[in-house]
Ligand binder design. Structure first.
Ligand code: OFO
Length: 183
C-alpha cells in the first residue's frame, strides 16, 4: 500500500525548497557575521535573528513532507555568496535573494496546481504570504538606508540606523491587517 500522499515530482520540489530555506539561513548567517565584522552590531543582530527564521521555514517543509508520508532528503547546503561590499550592497542582495526565493516558492505552488495536489497548494499558501512579508521587510531595509543618506550617510545616521536594526521586528506588517485608523 502506498502511504506517500505526495507525487514524486512534488516530493522532489519540496525537498529542493527545503534546502533553499536552509541556504537562505546560511546567507543571513554569513551576512550577519560580515555586518558584525564591519561594526554594525545592530544589523548583525537582525540578520542573525532572520537566519533562525529561515531555519524555521526549512523545518515547516521538512515536517510537511514527513506528515504526508513522503521521504525527506537532507542535501548539502550550497555555500553562501561572497560577502557584500557595503551596507547598501548587503541590503540589495537580501532583497534580490527574497525575490528569487519567491520565484522558487511560486514554482512549487504552480506544480501543486498542475497536479491538483490541493493539500500542498494549501500548505504553500503560508509561504506565499510569508514571501510577501519578507520582500516588504527587505524593501524596508533599502528605504532605511536611503533615508539615512544612502551612500552619503554620515556616521551619526549609520549609528542610528544600526541601533534601530537591533530592535527591528522580524515580521513586516501585512497589508491585509491595515485599516484607515491603523494604516
Ligand atoms: Fe524563507 O523566507 Fe526568506 O528567503
Amino acid at each position: 500500500m502506498n502511504t506517500n500522499r505526495l507525487s514524486k515530482t512534488i516530493e522532489a520540489a519540496l525537498n529542493v525548497q527545503m534546502t533553499k530555506e536552509a541556504h537562505a539561513s546560511q546567507i543571513y548567517l554569513s551576512y550577519g557575521a560580515w555586518a558584525d565584522g564591519q561594526s554594525y552590531g545592530g544589523v548583525a543582530n537582525f540578520l542573525f535573528r532572520h537566519a533562525q527564521e529561515e531555519r524555521n521555514h526549512m523545518m515547516k517543509i521538512l515536517e510537511y513532507i514527513l506528515k504526508r508520508g513522503g521521504e525527506v532528503k537532507v542535501a548539502a547546503i550550497p555555500a553562501p555568496p561572497a560577502n557584500p561590499s557595503s551596507l547598501n550592497d548587503c541590503f540589495q542582495k537580501i532583497f534580490q535573494h527574497e525575490v528569487d526565493n519567491t520565484t522558487s516558492v511560486y514554482s512549487v505552488v504552480k506544480l501543486s496546481l498542475t497536479e491538483e495536489d490541493w493539500a500542498t497548494w494549501n500548505f504553500m499558501q503560508w509561504f506565499v504570504k510569508e514571501q510577501t512579508e519578507e520582500e516588504t521587510l527587505a524593501l524596508d531595509l533599502l528605504d532605511k538606508f536611503k533615508i539615512a543618506g544612502g551612500d552619503k550617510a554620515d556616521h551619526e545616521a549609520l549609528y542610528n540606523l544600526d541601533k534601530d536594526m537591533a530592535t527591528k521586528p522580524d515580521e513586516a506588517k501585512d497589508a491585509r491587517d491595515a485599516t484607515a485608523d491603523k494604516p
